[in-house]
Design a protein around this ligand. Structure first.
Ligand SMILES: [Zn+2]
Ligand SMILES: [Zn+2]
Length: 160
């Protein structure tokens, strides 16, 4: 095997950059119209990219998929193919469906119906409210998580 080439570092490069990046130089740079326009142009491009990335992720995450649900009344587990859960009722008893949650402490499987967070709360309290609403109804633990959908439940699958 050949010995690995030693990385050639360029000392002073950063130093040089720092010296050039002074307040006066930035002002001088911005006073040139073409350069200023160029900067505005690239800033706009960057904004556009950020917007597009956001849009892409939003579209990706609200896409329809199988969601594991539990009936809030009779506890029947059902897989629902949807983007948002609201508007679905239990096939057996017609009650509201909640996301299927599992407590990792006592293993209880329960229905979680998303409660709208009051706008009057502060950001910290909003987070607390959200965490509290997902607590295990049996042991009060916050160690709960959404259950993944089982793809092989054809009898309980609802497609709307
Ligand atoms: Zn039910
Ligand atoms: Zn529990």
């Amino acid at each position: 095997m050949y010995p690995r080439k030693k990385q050639i570092t360029k000392p002073g490069r950063l130093e040089l950059l720092r010296k050039r990046f002074t307040y006066e130089n930035v002002i001088r740079f911005l006073s040139v119209r073409e350069k200023r326009n160029m900067l505005i142009f690239w800033t706009l491009i960057a904004f556009l990219l950020i917007l597009l990335t956001n849009l892409f992720f939003e579209l990706r995450f609200v896409q329809k998929s199988y969601k594991s649900t539990i009936c809030s009344n009779c506890g029947l587990r059902q897989e629902v193919y949807t983007d948002v859960l609201s508007g679905f009722d239990c096939k057996r008893c017609g009650s509201e469906l909640g996301y299927a949650m599992k407590c990792s402490v006592c293993q209880l499987e329960f229905a979680y119906i998303a409660v709208p967070v009051p706008d009057s709360l502060s950001d910290k309290d909003k987070l607390k409210f959200k965490i509290d609403s997902m607590r295990c109804p049996n042991c009060d633990s916050v160690n709960t998580s959404r259950m993944p959908a089982k793809k092989n439940l054809p009898l309980e699958k609802i497609d709307k």
